[in-house]
Design a protein around this ligand. Structure first.
Ligand code: ADP
Ligand code: MG
Length: 525
């Protein structure tokens, strides 16, 4: 038998075309959801960090129902894409403006390209783009496909127009094979949950048989993240090598001080002394072994400062409360933003909110809304560490007896969210993150407990009032017969007396009654 050895390298774009399930494009329903998600996330990334209140328009229309072809259109009022960059941004896998140490929704430089590759594989139609940057006097329009063997854009059509009204933003239209029936619920959920965590966005969605208008509920936006440097504990040997290539002439001292987060002169000196390295050695001259040694020591040193969290942009308790109250129709929401923490040199912040009552139905297991860098995560809930934390949480300690009208929101933001897979749908089990989730939930649950205790007291007062009030009419009538004093006057005085005794006015009590959950739903123990 003769063996032929035949090897080949698969071009990266071709690899992703063949393995699209890795990025969430495994079937036509999921692909439809993923397409909307990738485009909306890009729109939010192009607005919010730049202080632009996002206006996002999404429309899905059937194009050819016999083939399940749909057009998906997403338009935003963001910073736009420079004309010359449009082909690469849409046509080159791993081309991104977000490879920075900073919190973004996009992380891989892959989203748009997966959309184009999926469209290409299913309908063989190009993606259409229209974009103008801020103050640009031109609007650019392209139709683009991807040459998967070269990982290069193919420009099918290109036009430019005068930007008379100084419009800025990006509009994308793509025709894909989809499944509206099976993706409708997820897409709707995704948009609603986006509105919960980004209540400053205005989202208008038109689907084949429905419309969803998510109005802006506040003009307050979170602080935009800053761009940072890597923390010494977060870099591996390859990254160190790359950094050395970019700064070959620096001495070890300069190299550490200029390229890492939180290393000043003193800290650089003590580290080098601890590691037994010469501060004046030029990094370009380090041998492979020395570079490996340096990388190991950077990770092992215990004296580094905690990573800074300025690169992060949490939603903040106030926005979470506004969002959850209005979209979930909750009676009350309790939110907390924890202090920054870190894992493997990556800073992160956990936020939690507990929504109670109102339109939330009583459930055996709290409804969980998961978020990472403000992206709602809808799939793979079972694989997410947040689910575990919520399930293990001892609600009884917080006066909650399940079933109860309870929804929990957990948000992790980080310069590097540890996703369990490339589909970005679940957060991996990192012990530091798990612990922060537990603490965030505890902090929010404490607020809930205070609220429920107050309600419990009100309920008791109400019951007392009701049992006393039963006699008011009877007593007033008897007193009226005996004394001749007007019956209504007597009963109003009696009511006042009861109010005084209970220390609360009936009007206030009645107001609270209206918002009380149905009997037996809330207060345990
Ligand atoms: P990622 O979002 O991970 O960077 P994408 O392939 O989704 O990867 O997008 C590539 C790049 O295209 C982004 O980094 C961004 O610079 C640019 N981009 C995409 N969509 C928009 C948009 N709506 N507005 C402005 N820029 C955009
Ligand atoms: Mg993206």
């Amino acid at each position: 038998m003769t063996i032929t050895y035949a090897y080949e390298a698969l071009p990266v774009a071709e690899w992703f075309r063949r393995n699209r399930e890795i990025a969430g494009f495994q079937n036509s329903a999921r692909a439809m959801y993923q397409t909307v998600r990738e485009l909306v996330e890009n729109s939010l990334d192009a607005t919010e960090p730049y202080g632009i209140l996002p206006n996002i328009l999404i429309s899905i229309k059937p194009v050819d129902e016999s083939k399940s072809w749909y057009s998906i259109y997403v338009e935003d009022n963001g910073i736009g894409i420079p004309g010359g960059e449009i082909p690469n941004v849409f046509g080159r896998v791993f081309y991104s403006s977000k490879y920075k140490i900073k919190q973004h929704r996009g992380v891989f430089g892959l989203g748009l390209k997966m959309v184009v590759l999926y469209a290409q594989s299913t309908t063989n139609k190009p993606i259409a783009v229209r974009s103008a940057t801020i103050r640009s006097d031109k609007i650019y329009e392209y139709k683009i496909m991807i040459d998967t063997t070269k990982n290069e854009p193919i420009i099918i059509d290109r036009r430019e127009y005068n930007n008379k009204y100084r419009w800025h933003g990006t509009a994308v239209k793509v025709i894909i094979e989809g499944n509206w029936l099976n993706s409708k619920k997820r897409i709707e959920d995704y948009l609603r949950r986006t509105a919960i965590i980004s209540p400053y966005a205005e989202i208008f969605f038109k689907g084949p048989d429905m419309e969803l208008i998510l109005k802006r509920r506040t003009t307050k936006m979170p602080h935009p993240p800053e761009e940072g440097l890597p923390h010494p504990k977060s870099v591996d040997v390859d990254t160190v090598k790359q950094m050395i290539l970019e700064n070959p002439k620096s001495t070890l001292m300069e190299f550490l001080m200029n390229n890492f987060d939180g290393i000043g002169e003193g800290l650089a000196k003590s580290f080098l002394e601890w590691a037994g390295l010469d501060p004046n050695k030029v990094v370009g001259g380090l041998t492979q072994e020395e570079v490996t040694y340096l990388a190991e020591k950077l990770k092992a040193y215990e004296g580094w400062r905690r990573p800074r969290a300025d690169w992060l942009s949490p939603a903040g308790a106030e926005l979470l409360e506004v969002g959850a109250r209005s979209i979930l129709g909750a009676e009350a929401v309790f939110a907390v933003t924890r202090k920054p923490s870190s894992y493997s040199g990556h800073p992160f912040i956990v936020e939690a909110a507990i929504a109670w009552g109102g339109q939330i139905p009583p459930v055996d297991k709290p409804i969980l809304l998961r978020y990472a860098n403000k992206i709602p995560l809808l799939y793979d809930e079972g694989a997410d560490v947040a689910r575990k934390v919520v399930d293990e949480f001892n609600w009884q300690n917080y006066k909650v007896k399940l079933p109860a009208p309870l929804a929990v929101l957990i948000h992790v933001c980080s310069t590097k969210v540890p996703y369990a897979s490339a589909g970005k749908e679940a957060i991996a089990e990192i012990s530091e993150i798990e612990e922060e989730m537990r603490l965030a939930l505890r902090d929010a649950a404490r607020k809930l407990r205070i609220y429920l205790s107050r309600k419990e007291r009100e309920m008791e007062l109400l019951n007392k009032y009701i049992s006393l009030a039963k006699y008011v009419d009877e007593i007033s009538l008897s007193l009226n017969i005996i004394t001749g004093i007007d019956k209504d006057k007597l009963s109003s005085n009696l009511n006042k007396l009861i109010e005084q005794k209970l220390g609360v006015t009936i009007d206030d009590l009645v107001k609270h009654v209206a918002s009380l959950p149905a009997e037996g739903q809330n207060v345990g123990q």
